[in-house]
Design a protein. Sequence first.
Length: 277
Amino acid sequence: MNRKENKMSIKTQVITTLALFFICFSASAQEKIVVGGSGSLNEEISDLAKAYMAKNSSDVIEVRPESMSTEGGIEGVRIGRLHIGLISRPLTQSEKGKLLYLPIARSMTGIVIHKSIAVDNLTEAQICDVFSGKLKSWKELGANDATITVLTRKRDDNNTETFREKMACFKDLVITAHAIALVRGNEVLAALDKRPGTVGIVNLGSNYRDYENIKAVPINSISPTAETARTEKYRYFSERGLVTQGEPHGLTKRFIEFMTTPEGRKIIGSQGAIPIR
């Protein structure tokens, strides 16, 4: 091999080495996190992830599309399957351990009925009479002559717990044995949308807005709006938050910090939640 060929060979080796270095560096620089849990903020978190990745193309944020429930979000972080868990209540003392809870928004909970029912307000006493089964027809509340069908979750979910905590007559109320128990919040919303006469307690976030035939009823003449929740005139809201394995770092930290920027807060508020960070 002559001197010229030797120089070309060395140059080719250097270029190949540099190319491999940059490929490896690029691969190692890319970070990915997985987020999942309660469906009550799922749409907002998905929108936040899209906005963040549009600005940071080397980062990947996978938001699990299906609701895993608050408990699923906590367990997913605990065993390392999720980097961020979405939860619709603060952690209990027994759940804390090494987990860190970060409140991110307030989310309203409401009494929701089919739009065909001509009820525009319910008092707390009337709500308790509906869910206990004391009232059996919407006609007793001055509306259509339609049977009241209560929809619940198979166990008290966080929305029902909000009413138990904040409505005195609901605290120890036994829900009627004739109630139809469903597993997930989306199932309750779908049933409310399709069945006139039904009533349920649901989160008034992004999923609620996907259904055209339902409405949230004002309670004691106070409508559930961002303003009434912010001023606490409407009292039926709960915290929605994030859970991580200890102090967040890397992409997890950067994504959470993005949520608190003006752009992030705007995205959270766009679906009815109220940013609190």
